[in-house]
Design a binder for this molecule. Structure first.
Ligand code: SAM
Ligand code: SF4
Length: 494
């Protein structure tokens, strides 16, 4: 390893960016870059950006303004600070970033992270670089794997990207343009990566992709494997107690994947299944390629397979042409499905997408009003689930110390944060917790059995991931990662 330099990576947006950020840090580690928690003492700062809504992209430019001042201060101290922009804003805006933000030394698109060591070396010699081609070679073949120490430091849960890009072309969405066409990693490479994680102590893996259930990687037998087959392979791996996947499209929820929710105890009873709208007219205008009835049919099949499944979703309000009746259909859908939580956004027109050119764009005030009304209904549904948890016993994987003295925090099978008073030695273990109280996004409880046998989640017990939970009509508080958030009413998009 070369002489140590400090690397600060800031991730915006989705969990795919969190995963990419870790892999960028792993790839720069052999170049001597050690991660630091603050931008102020860094030698290299990477902003891993999100382009999904206008506000997300604008945040990057305001952050770059701050970094310009930091760079000037470093220069005044005789230090050199390199600033890189990666991710979807980099991919979409390329040269424009260098033009608008003089502090930026290099721009790297989401398919080219394996070239970072060369790009950084070039920038360090004074050249500004923009590399946003869609690389022909698979970046995953070249990105460094994390060291065992790095994996341990990241905790007992991990994301693994299995699929990238999207061919669906929803009329509001930039992903097919910024992340490119759908592509899946070969199954064996994913298996090897998960084996390494398990070996370093990871107990829960979330498979991620922009459209993860469209997964169709080459399997061990040379034939394509769908996501259900991959989950089945990983479910038998020693050390891996829990599996999740996100984010899914309703059209790709095939019978095998539905059956996996019934047949694989390690597959947690929680699913993020975005619907966007409850109105058939709006779904058609969005080019979602499914109706409200199609979606409800998928939900019914899933609940038949796994009655205690916690469902969460994404909603967009104020898509061009959305009437009050269309919006009312979204409100009734939320109640009909009985979601455990949901993300909700005001429509944000994105340049280059069909939605941006549609007539009948809605006023901001109207979007804000609908968002407020939608969030009220989502909150009611979520509160119902949380209240239904009290008195139940859930198996919890403990992940980290809590904010208060003597507290540790874990996740229920439904992905709810659960806080208890217990020693930190329980971190990394799965134990039964009896829920005593709920707050807006967290559950509170106490260990159901004495500390001598804290470890739940052995094969037999995981057959009931709810740990004796009576299957509710819809289950409790689960979500994508992190828990469903909400767009601020005043904002144009989170
Ligand atoms: N692939 C997933 C799917 O099929 O729904 C989600 C991808 S996207 C990264 C996450 C969410 O952002 C979407 O589900 C949608 O609700 C929201 N979103 C995407 N484009 C948006 C836009 N232009 N305005 C507002 N919200 C948007
Ligand atoms: Fe975007 Fe998801 Fe639609 Fe693909 S399926 S275009 S990622 S919203």
């Amino acid at each position: 390893m070369k002489g140590a330099r400090k690397l600060y990576v800031k991730s915006f947006g989705c969990q795919m960016n969190v995963y990419d950020s870790q892999r960028m840090a792993d790839t720069l580690a052999p170049e001597g870059y050690v991660e630091t928690a603050t931008a102020e003492d860094a030698d290299l700062i990477v902003l891993n950006t999100c382009h999904i809504r206008e506000k997300a992209a604008e945040k990057v430019y305001s952050e770059l303004g701050r970094l310009r001042r930091l760079k000037e201060a470093a220069a005044a101290d005789g230090r050199s600070l390199l600033v890189a922009v990666a991710g979807c804003v980099a991919q979409a805006e390329g040269d424009e970033i260098v033009r608008r933000a003089p502090a930026v030394d290099l721009v790297v698109g989401s398919q080219n992270y394996h070239r970072l060591p060369d790009l950084v070396a070039h920038a360090a010699r004074g050249g500004r670089v923009v590399d946003t081609d869609f690389a022909l070679d698979d970046k995953f073949d070249h990105l460094a794997a994390p060291s065992r120490a790095a994996t341990r430091a990241r905790g007992v849960t991990a994301f693994v990207t299995v699929q990238e890009g999207c061919d669906k072309f929803c009329a509001f969405c930039v992903v097919p343009y910024t992340r490119g066409a759908e592509s899946s990693r070969p199954a064996e490479k994913i298996v090897t990566e998960v084996e390494r994680l398990a070996d370093a102590g990871v107990r829960e893996v979330t498979l991620i992709g922009q459209n993860v259930n469209a997964y169709h990687g080459v399997g061990a037998n040379g034939r394509p494997w769908r996501l259900a087959r991959l989950l089945e392979r990983l479910a038998g791996m020693p050390g891996i107690e829990r599996l999740r996947y996100t984010t899914s499209h309703p059209l790709d929820m095939d019978d095998d994947l539905v059956a996996a929710h019934r047949d694989l105890p390690a597959l947690m009873p929680q699913l993020h299944l975005p619907v966007q709208s409850g109105s058939d007219r709006v779904l058609a205008a969005m080019n979602r390629r499914h109706s409200r009835a199609d979606y409800l049919d998928v939900v019914a099949r899933l609940r038949e397979a796994r009655p205690d499944l916690a469902l969460t979703s994404d909603f967009i309000v104020g898509f061009p042409g959305e009437t009050e009746n269309d919006f009312a259909a979204t409100l009734t859908l939320v109640e009909e499905v009985g979601y455990a939580g949901a993300f909700s956004f005001k429509y944000s027109p994105r340049p280059g997408t069909p939605g941006a050119d549609m007539s009948r764009q809605l006023q901001e005030a109207e979007k804000s009003d609908r968002l407020r009304r939608l969030q009220r209904v989502i909150d009611q549904e979520q509160a119902k689930f949380s209240r239904a948890c009290v008195g139940r016993t859930l198996s919890v994987l403990f992940e980290r110390p809590g904010r208060h003295r003597g507290q540790i925090v874990g996740r229920s099978p439904y992905l709810q944060p659960v806080q208890i008073q217990a020693p930190p030695s329980l971190i990394g273990e799965i134990a039964d917790v009896t829920i005593t109280e709920v707050a807006s996004n967290s559950l509170f409880g106490a260990l159901a059995s004495p500390l001598s046998s804290p470890c739940k989640g052995e094969v037999g017990e995981r057959g009931e991931p709810g740990g004796g939970l009576t299957p509710p009509r819809t289950a409790v508080g689960g979500s994508t990662l992190p828990l469903p958030g909400r767009e601020k009413i005043a904002g144009a998009g989170a």
